[in-house]
Design a binder for this molecule. Structure first.
Ligand code: ZN
Length: 159
């Protein structure tokens, strides 16, 4: 495993749509391991492949509830409802956060690191993290959806 460089807001790679993963090649396995290491090292709750410069539909999430990381390949949000508004940050814009309204409940489908399909139902922070990371795969940053100003934070969890 190796740490990868996290791309910062303004890097054009963050505004591109990512390609679907067709199979988990050794290269994709290494990418996933590196993304996990990079996410944990940065104290992030989520990371999307374009944030390390790879335009593939891969995300890693760990909201720190002890369930271990959630690895999602080709994630799709099937349904969402409710709303939640809270401060949201991103590892591609460290030290900053802004208020973003997201669905409070989502159902998503993805493939795991063995390319087995699964569905997940998520609420609150996990729902927010899934939405945030799926946005990255389509080239979107949370800064596009911020209500009010982006503000400085001391140590907020970043996605
Ligand atoms: Zn992010």
């Amino acid at each position: 495993m190796a740490l990868r460089t996290i791309r910062m807001l303004g890097d054009p790679v963050l505004n591109k749509a990512c390609k679907e993963v067709k199979e988990v090649t050794p290269k994709i396995s290494t990418l996933i391991s590196d993304m996990l290491e990079t996410m944990y090292e940065a104290n992030g709750v989520g990371l999307a492949a374009p944030q390390v410069g790879i335009l593939k539909r891969v995300v890693t999430i760990d909201i720190g509830e002890g369930d271990g990381p959630l690895i999602m390949i080709n994630p799709v949000i099937l349904a969402s409802d409710g709303t939640q508004t809270a401060g949201e940050g991103c590892l591609s814009l460290p030290g900053k956060a802004g208020q973003v309204t997201r669905p409070n409940h989502v159902i998503a489908r993805a493939y795991n690191e063995k390319m087995e399909e699964f569905e997940i139902e998520a609420t609150e922070l996990l729902a927010r993290a899934i939405c945030h990371e799926v946005d990255h795969l389509d080239g979107h940053m949370y800064t596009e959806f911020v209500e009010g100003d982006i503000y400085d934070v001391e140590e907020e969890e970043e996605e």
